[in-house]
Write a protein that binds this ligand. Structure first.
Ligand code: GTP
Ligand code: MG
Length: 135
């Protein structure tokens, strides 16, 4: 099977949607293998979103992701990367995510889209090293 890195972003934590997200992961049949509520260092955020360093919204994205605690999780299962991306829905919660997905059901603005999920198995392994160096 495969692993993916999931974050409930600060908006999801502050809105009380942690249980909702974890419940959907579990009901899908995916397995939680690591789980932690934590503050996010700017250096961790920069490493995590390194691919977006040249984007105009990079500064806002770092400010947002470090604005409060996140829940970080390692999720495992058959095709876990694609399976969680399916649960999350598209990046824009209105234009891309459909109802029935986490972003489609609970999101309004692209930056405040509640969750992160790795976009490939290679990204997942890179991100798991950043967030859970012990795994
Ligand atoms: P992640 O799972 O968080 O990586 O989302 P994603 O893979 O669906 O989207 P992507 O990696 O392209 O963008 C990373 C994050 O940057 C998004 O989830 C949004 O929170 C934020 N983001 C993306 N595009 C924009 C934008 O145009 N404006 C702003 N303010 N934020 C954006
Ligand atoms: Mg991404």
């Amino acid at each position: 099977s495969e692993r993916t890195l999931v974050l409930v972003k600060p908006d999801g934590v502050s809105r009380g949607l942690v249980g909702e997200v974890l419940s959907r992961i579990e009901r899908k049949g995916l397995k939680l293998v690591a789980l932690e509520l934590r503050a996010v260092d700017r250096s961790v955020a920069e490493q995590h979103y390194a691919e977006h360093a040249e984007r105009p919204f990079f500064g806002d994205l770092l400010d947002f992701i470090t604005s409060g605690p996140v829940v970080a999780a390692v999720v495992e299962g058959e095709r876990a990367v694609a399976a969680f991306r399916q649960l999350a829905g598209g990046t824009d919660p209105v234009e891309k995510a459909t109802p029935g997905t986490i972003r489609g059901d609970f999101g309004l603005e692209v930056q405040y889209n509640l969750v992160h999920g790795s976009d490939s198995p290679e990204s997942a392994e890179r991100e798991i090293k950043i967030w859970f160096s012990e795994l």
